[in-house]
Design a protein around this ligand. Structure first.
Ligand code: PA5
Length: 453
């Protein structure tokens, strides 16, 4: 429960009094979250509890099947991909796909969460289809990106291995009672995993969406859920000083209200870089909203930005230090890395180089984080740090859940629905119209009538 620590600067920061003044709104928000949960609208809060058995089944299924395949491919996008990528980068070897010994008999993992023809063709050309399992993840069961990938991979499997091979090479992770994917899966005898009704895409990493690929690559998915459960218990209080998710929400909210809408997440650990990407979607889709709950136009939402320490010290840090006072930086820090690596000694007669020898890379990256943090404080720049004692399935589960709770509360503070994404729809509908999907002719007409360049 000491994952979160905030640094309060003087001119641009907040005092204990500012935070105490938010307590009543936090209490009301906490109450609203509890009521929404009781009404069955926040199923993601139940996952650490009601998915224990499902996690066992997924684990067994993965253990029985993973050695049959060299490759496991996830076709999904947004919330149906970013959690999977974050888990893989955080918990498996950085060169997992390239190092057989790092995989312990598990398949390589590919998550081409885009429809770029060059990338997809290259992947499909490379895969030995006989040794490949595809997991199509789509809660709606109809998103153009994963469905087009599915159509193409399925055709390739049929061409090479025959119609009967489809059920052995595809899994569908989707809604139980709605969408086209479930109908197709049933018709073709494809193994299915279900996404509970009120678990939105970006809140689904701890559901089968994130758990299946994690289990296939050997991640301890029960520990992921245990970490989330642990954090849920910590967060079961409305006291802003005891609830790290709520304190985070309050600080981020105050910063945005105070003219600092840029919210940077900057892990000082390469394995957490895709966690920052997961956060970016979570924050953007949940909090960027036109209407408040009363239907009034508010156009709110901080802008989430991902950066990576130490890499982006040489790219972004100058702006963060001296640019506009419009940012809050959240560092992710790791106390104990999985490896300790010493910097080799050399050039003892060249002071500018020799001082490095004998230190460790662990010291170097940690010192760089602390130095950047202090430089931000010297410049009166808002920042806070989430500390991972180490990066493992348990702490990652805690982190995901803490940020989900932060998002839920900050949605309450903005008085918006953090769980829908109406703004994403318009672009999709134009694309459906242009590509000839039934019922979208009017969108094609509007598209064709667009102003010419
Ligand atoms: O968070 C969300 O709801 C979205 O990012 C979705 O995950 C994304 O649009 C994919 O949707 P679906 O899983 O229905 O294919």
């Amino acid at each position: 429960n000491n994952m979160f620590a905030a640094t309060i600067g003087e001119e641009h920061g907040y005092t204990k009094k500012d935070i105490d003044a938010m307590q009543e709104r936090v209490t009301n928000g906490h109450q609203a979250i509890k009521e929404a949960k009781a009404a069955g609208n926040l199923d993601w809060m139940d996952l650490p509890y009601n998915h224990k058995e499902i996690a066992k089944e997924i684990k067994e299924f993965a253990e029985e099947n993973r050695e049959k395949y060299d490759n496991f491919v996830v076709f999904g996008i947004g919330g149906s991909a970013l959690g999977n990528i974050a888990v893989q980068t955080a918990l498996n070897d950085p060169y997992y796909n390239l190092k057989k010994e790092a995989r312990n008999g598990c398949p390589r993992l590919f998550i081409p969460d885009n429809v770029d023809p060059t990338r997809l063709k290259s992947l499909l050309d490379m895969l030995d289809l006989e040794k490949t399992m595809f997991n199509i993840i789509s809660k709606s069961g109809g998103t153009a990106e994963p469905m087009s990938q599915f159509l193409t991979a399925r055709a390739a499997v049929i061409k090479e291995l025959g119609e009967d091979a489809v059920a052995d090479h595809f899994i569908a992770t989707t809604s139980k009672d709605s969408g086209d994917l479930i109908k197709i899966a049933k018709e073709e005898g494809i193994k299915t995993f279900y996404i509970p009704k009120t678990v939105g895409g970006r809140f689904s990493v701890l559901s089968p969406v994130g758990l299946v690929s994690a289990a296939f690559t050997g991640v301890d998915i029960e520990e992921l859920l245990a970490g989330a459960e642990y954090m849920d218990q910590i967060c079961d209080t409305d006291d802003v000083w005891k609830n790290p998710a709520y304190l985070n929400a309050v600080l981020q909210y105050l910063a945005d209200q105070d003219g600092k809408p840029m919210s940077v997440m900057m892990p000082y650990s390469h394995v957490l870089k895709d966690v920052a990407d997961w956060y970016r979607q979570m924050w953007a889709e949940s909090l960027g909203k036109k209407f408040n709950r009363q239907g009034e136009v508010v156009n709110v939402g901080p802008t989430p930005i991902k950066a990576l320490g130490a890499t982006d010290q040489h790219s972004q840090a100058q702006l963060y230090m001296e640019g506009p006072y419009d940012k809050v930086v959240t560092f992710l820090e790791v106390e104990k890395f999985r490896e300790t690596l010493e910097i080799a000694r050399g050039y003892e007669d060249i002071d500018g180089v020799s001082y490095l020898g004998g230190h460790t890379f662990n010291e170097l990256i940690t010192t760089e984080k602390k130095a950047t943090e202090l430089a931000l404080i010297d410049n009166n720049r808002l920042n806070c740090t989430v500390t991972f004692p180490e990066v493992n399935a348990f702490t990652l589960g805690q982190f995901f859940y803490m940020y989900e709770m932060t998002t839920a509360l900050i949605g309450e503070l903005y008085n918006i629905n953090a769980f829908d994404q109406p703004g994403v729809e318009l672009g999709k509908q134009y694309a459906y119209g242009v590509l000839g999907r039934e019922g979208y002719d009017h969108m094609k007409e509007q598209f064709d009538a667009r102003p010419k360049k």
